[in-house]
Design a protein around this ligand. Sequence first.
Ligand SMILES: Cc1cc2nc3c(=O)[nH]c(=O)nc-3n(C[C@H](O)[C@H](O)[C@H](O)COP(=O)(O)OP(=O)(O)OC[C@H]3O[C@@H](n4cnc5c(N)ncnc54)[C@H](O)[C@@H]3O)c2cc1C
Length: 446
Amino acid sequence: MEKEYDVVIVGGGVIGSALLYAISSFTDIKSVLLLEKYGDLATLNSNSNSNSQTLHWGDVETNYTIEKAKRARDASRRLLGFASKLDKEERDYIVQKCQKMVLATNEREVELLERTYSDAFRELFPGAKFIGREELARVEPNTMKGRDPDDKVAAILSDSGYMVDFGALAHAMVKRAQTVGGKTVDVLFNSEVLSVETGSGGSVVRTRNDTYRAGFVDIAAGMHTLVFAKAAGYAKDMAALAVGGNFYTSRRVLNGKVYRVQIGGIPFVTVHGDPDIRNKGITRFGPTVSLAARLERYTPGTRSAFMKALSPSIQTFAGMNRAFVKDKDMWRIMKDNALYLTPLIGKRAFLEREVRRIVPSMGIDDIKFGKGIGGVRMQAIDVKKRGLILGEMQIIGRENIIFNLTPSPGATMCLTMAVEDAKRIASALDREFHADRCAAELGVPA
Ligand SMILES: Cc1cc2nc3c(=O)[nH]c(=O)nc-3n(C[C@H](O)[C@H](O)[C@H](O)COP(=O)(O)OP(=O)(O)OC[C@H]3O[C@@H](n4cnc5c(N)ncnc54)[C@H](O)[C@@H]3O)c2cc1C
């Protein structure tokens, strides 16, 4: 028998979970269903093992425009607003304040950092401080120990560093959604969505055992979203690569998060050092960049889905050639990362080219490969323009359907994306979105 819901969400990562919470809390939509393929929420990229656990506030991301930095800051504030309503024990499990900086270690990077620290930046982030060698040695001593005294160094020290367990956050948001009274808020696990057919009278969502009718469908299936979009006839000019990210770990050598200067136009975040919210004794270094021929890191069965997302064609390969081979900085990154994967010499190369840029005194025996750490990011290519697609990606379908392709800066944006989607969905279904309730709960106007 077909079951009917106002809204069906596909995918129980941090994005789908945030959407379930936003729809149930801030709209008068009466019934919403979340379908998750696996037996729990957030087992893929949103899991704390898969990502860097950073709340991207916008103040250490040197490749952001001021507008993007402001959007990241507001998204971060929304997330903290949600957490502030939880009881202390749960809140402290999900979000923790930590020191955070962006470190420049050569002349080119110091110049870029100086340009970043503009009047507009200081107005947006009044608590961020430009610091030099002495202050660095005081707040993050291992970044200076053993460093060549002739190296040009500087940093922007943030006053808004947080680490987040986005998987635990997904659980908290779903729990909160299910406490809203007077509505049907259902979550079904082990319910892989096999197809979605859209039509003017509503959509039909099929799993292996059940069929659901929905007034609106929001696909938040992470890396799988593009496959759904293509099946529905969207994103014809988009191809996607799956980019794996590995981490190395060491004993705890850094007080907080140490990001490195990010060059504009490069989609892969530069290797950085982070504490681990679930294991206080270690520092993680990563992520690396490796091309993965699957959509889920540990599921080889997702190779055929990867081929659908890649959509191989002459144009796709021409686009890849232009983006990865012809661009000088990108080609260097691809070459370096290929080297890091090479048995025997890869670990040393990673130590010398990446880890020592952050902690110069690290030795080869101080780091080890972080088994089971790291997820897969999507890198989209515009095959027509033969270039990379950077930043947030969302496809608003014609017939009450949204495709949320994993956005950048990722999990940090979950509540902002959710609020925007909830507003759009309420309007499409002729229901109310309560902006006042949303602003009061999350602390940032909707
Ligand atoms: C190495 C790395 C580091 C990162 N670091 C950060 C960081 O520091 N800060 C940050 O903000 N972001 C970071 N990100 C990005 C962030 O992890 C992602 O943007 C975010 O987790 C995406 O959430 P999601 O819900 O879209 O996807 P996912 O977490 O992948 O969830 C998608 C869900 O959909 C389900 N699903 C898929 N197909 C189906 C189907 N057919 N039917 C039903 N369910 C389905 C999956 O099982 C999964 O539960 C990082 C990512 C990586 C890979």
